[in-house]
Write a protein that binds this ligand. Sequence first.
Ligand SMILES: [Zn+2]
Length: 428
Amino acid sequence: MQNYAVALIPEETIQSILAQTDIVDVISGYIPLKSAGGTFKANCPFHNEKTPSFNVNPGKQFFYCFGCGEGGSAITFVQKYENMPFVDAVKKLAKAAGVTITAAEYNPEEERQRRSKSRLVQLHNDSAAYFHQLVRKSPDAQIARDYLKKRGFSLESAERWLIGWMPDNPAVYLKWAKEKGYSGRELCDSGICNLKDAQNPRAGIYVNWRNRLLFPIHNDYGDIIGFSARQLINDPKTGKYINTRETQLFDKSRIFFGLNKARRPISKEKYAILCEGQIDVISLHEQGIQNVVAALGTGTTAHHARLLKRYTKDAVLCYDSDAAGHKATTRAFKVFVTEGINVRCVTMPEGEDPDSYILGNGVEAFKKLLDDAEEFFDYKLKHATATTDLNSIKDRSALASDLSELAQMVQDKVAQEMIISKLLPISA
Ligand SMILES: [Zn+2]
């Protein structure tokens, strides 16, 4: 049923519509779905049947009927169910997702951008492989190997995560990139390099990182789109981690570190663990706890929440037990609850992060922390009552109004009433 007009909707637009769309929401708008162990079942709308063989998989975002073989994405479903052309189904979902379809005609500029993006992905993939080879083989990379060893990572784990090293003398990398045929402009567009003088491209370029460990950042289709670069020699003048700046490829408000590896485990475990750092993610994955991701940098955004919702509606936050960690937890709760994601919280022992804790205490001890994760309001109440003087009427009423404001954000009315009743002792 595809026609000429299909080519006129850019693939990226289609991907972005699918990224903003939850197939379960779409299909359950047409037929009743029954939850069945991580997937959903229904009587197939495309053939006559009495026992359901129609399956919807939220993790993979597709449907399949074992009876008649119909299957595909949310777009395919709408197209077939409504018996409408592909383009109309795309437009319908675009509208629901709030995505604007811009290119109605062949657009040379968009075509150029598409090519330039795929070239930048290629540059990232090639560079990541090169940086990783340096970690394995370069005599100069001993400092990187020592660091990995100190953190308890084998070369095999470094290979699984394609951990690399940017030499102390980045000219080595520039020479390699030039030989590979990458231009200075491409290196700057990728965010790996910058112009020495923004006004004068002829003044040359420089590499953004020196003597740093490089963690490739993937989008959820598995392309490498950026790097997170960690200091190997302590230097308070620069950040411990420096991520790729915003580029055509990389928008940190839409990326979870580790999601490309965690997608299936999240669907299987039916919840996602959110940590603060990339090292936590790698460490937990390597210890066999794989439904783990981290937002890059400070905050979780509404984009993050919608992305997560494609795989689960249950998040367990594993943030540090300091003031910054508590703040981040409340911020994340606000974003997630607005999207209908339930939030539970792990209380990390003071001074520990998931990486240090699992290395020091073992997998079972960490799983115990997960089992003890509390509903957000229990966690919040426990922490708030420990840090607030409940005898002070002023502090107490400030806390009560703070908590009640958060409770108002809970969409499920039954859950909200239960929370409000829990908060009563504070408000009284
Ligand atoms: Zn069927």
